[in-house]
Design a binder for this molecule. Structure first.
Ligand code: IMP
Ligand code: MG
Length: 180
């Protein structure tokens, strides 16, 4: 049913699964024997996180945060509010932030600064998608799933007006969907 709204697929289920397994391999090696906390940024990262974590073979903790950015439409205002905070203490621990997509970078920049105030032993970021062309702040990201062109992506956790998150692949909506 949702397929009919998609203009083209950016990343198929198979491509995503293969890349997620590669990312997990990197993290499994990097965080071996380290006290690690994976933090998923809701809601967009929930499917990526669920798939990634099942490939992570570490005695790690998992937590979630939710942030919202003020402003209208699909443009980030840069004013970010934490709507769900951590429940775990990350002081002295190795933190990996799991993000769906890096766009302007403003959300992640804010989040990284906030998390640094909690004094983790280290802080790194793993984002599934990167839209480099739209970056406004030079925020360091350690691990990227895919670089994608500047188009609005939906599926695999990513939404348009809260819909399409449950699409199993990543695609671009037909222009007719926006004008509804
Ligand atoms: P940033 O602060 O501009 O980097 O915005 C990042 C957030 O905006 C992501 O975590 C997404 O929730 C949302 N976002 C940015 N680009 C897209 C997109 O193409 N599709 C869906 N959500 C997006
Ligand atoms: Mg997000």
């Amino acid at each position: 049913m949702m397929d009919k709204d998609i203009a083209f697929v950016i990343k198929s289920e198979e491509e995503i699964a293969a890349r997620v397994a590669e990312l997990a391999d990197v993290l499994n090696k990097q965080y071996k024997d380290k006290d690690t906390v994976f933090i998923g940024v809701l809601k967009g990262s929930f499917i990526f996180m669920a798939d990634l974590m099942r490939k992570i073979d570490l005695y790690c903790d998992i937590d979630f945060m939710a942030v919202s950015s003020y402003g209208s439409g699909s443009v980030t205002s840069g004013q970010i509010k934490i709507t769900k905070d951590l429940t775990l203490d990350i002081k002295g621990r190795h933190v990996v932030v799991i993000e769906d997509i890096l766009d302007s970078g403003l959300t992640l920049d804010y989040l990284k600064k906030y998390l640094m105030t909690k004094e983790p032993a280290s802080l790194s970021v793993c984002a599934l998608l990167d839209k480099k062309a739209r970056r406004q702040v030079d925020v360091g990201v350690d691990l990227i799933g895919f670089n994608i062109p500047d188009a609005f992506a939906v599926g695999y956790g990513l939404d348009y007006a809260q819909k399409y998150r449950n699409l199993p692949y990543i695609g671009v909506l037909k222009p007719s969907v926006y004008s509804k």
